[in-house]
Ligand binder design. Structure first.
Ligand code: FAD
Length: 139
């Protein structure tokens, strides 16, 4: 596949860190992600909510798969499940090598946050809503 073909992968996973340490872990994850993703031409968003991570990674397919291969081995989360893996025309999150959002509890309820029931379209809508309504975490 040509390197300029864009791919978007979205997965959901369960957090495996103490709640009190979560923000510190997210800050470290973002620091490493921003460095690696900028190097590899990746952009995306990490939603941190209610014991779950939901993350979109966008960029050249090989780079997306390589990053996902590292991420799923990370013991700060478990049970990663891919909900979308598609060729796309444009990036939905072009402005960030990686950024993180947390949804206010009320917004999570209104949006029907339930990563066990996400398909690709619903996952993308959720992530876009979290950009508009979520609180930015760390860098
Ligand atoms: P290094 O430069 O060695 O960086 C690894 C850093 O992560 C070190 O500071 C190390 O101490 C720390 N670290 C690794 N594992 C743990 C752990 N279990 N507990 C505490 N600290 C730890 N990486 C990306 O490149 N792009 C992403 O978009 C991305 N998203 C992530 C999303 C989530 C939800 C999680 C949990 C991790 C994500 N990561 C991402 C991190 C990824 O899992 C790897 O840790 C990272 O890619 C390794 O980068 P590196 O090879 O450059 O290693």
């Amino acid at each position: 596949m040509p390197a300029d073909v864009l791919h978007r992968l979205i997965y959901a996973s369960r957090q495996h860190v103490e709640t009190r340490d979560l923000d510190v872990h997210v800050e470290r994850i973002l620091q490493v992600s921003q460095r690696n993703n900028a190097r590899d031409g990746l952009t995306g968003l990490l939603l941190v909510h209610d014991g779950w991570f939901v993350q979109a990674l966008e960029g050249p397919e090989v780079a997306v798969q390589r990053a996902y291969g590292r991420i799923i081995c990370d013991r700060r989360h478990y049970d990663a499940s891919m909900v979308a893996g598609d060729t796309v025309v444009t990036r939905a999150f072009p402005s960030w090598s990686m950024t993180a959002r947390r949804l206010p509890a009320r917004a999570g309820r209104r949006l029907g946050f339930d990563p066990t029931r996400l398909d690709g379209e619903a996952a993308l809508s959720l992530l876009l809503a979290s950009l508009a309504e979520g609180d930015q975490l760390a860098a």
